[in-house]
Write a protein of this length. Structure first.
Length: 183
């Protein structure tokens, strides 16, 4: 029964996306890209200046702060967060409905049908999900096989003893940026 409901939710969400107002799509894309650009550029700067371990320390201390800074600059009724099925920071753990969407995204990716975004309408909010795919080696440095860098592995194991966010390969779904836009 649950699978049927999730499938119908997913299908209705995907079909509904065709009727979503353009400003909602534009807001979802703009906000998610703003966050990704902020995090990506700061992380690249840190890696270049100080190496992977210091970049991981920087990310640990600042990723949530940067996310909140981007969040604060949005229009009232719009919020964002990062979510993943394999969390490093428990603050990025998805709620049950978000987990189901991530699982559906994973299935779509395996079938080659994952688009640039997914929209869901829960009645009160539009939820714009921007998939985060592992697209470059820098991502794999911290989220791939950590045995290649013992110092980095030690830092992550000490900082995040419950870490699940490793073992990814190029093209894997890392998670999503979720932009909630009030109707």
């Amino acid at each position: 029964m649950k699978k049927i409901r999730l499938l119908s939710l997913l299908i209705s969400s995907l079909l509904f996306a065709q009727n979503v107002p353009k400003e909602i799509l534009d807001t979802g894309e703009r906000v998610s890209q703003e966050l990704l650009q902020q995090l990506g550029s700061k992380l690249k700067q840190e890696v270049s200046a100080n190496g992977l371990v210091k970049a991981a320390e920087f990310c640990s201390a600042n990723a949530m702060i940067l996310t909140e800074e981007v969040n604060l600059h949005q229009l009232e009724g719009t919020s964002l967060k990062r979510i993943s099925l394999k969390v490093r920071n428990t603050a990025n753990a998805p709620q049950e409905d978000e987990r189901k969407v991530l699982e559906s995204m994973q299935k779509m990716l395996k079938k080659g049908k994952l688009g640039a975004y997914l929209i869901e309408d829960d009645g009160r909010f539009y939820k714009y999900y921007k998939p985060l795919l592992i697209k470059n080696e820098l991502c794999l440095a911290c989220h791939g096989d950590l045995s290649k860098n013992p110092k980095l592995s030690q830092f992550i194991n000490e900082r995040y003893p419950q870490d699940k966010a490793t073992g990814y390969k190029m093209g894997d779904l890392r998670g999503a940026v979720l932009v909630k836009i009030k109707k």
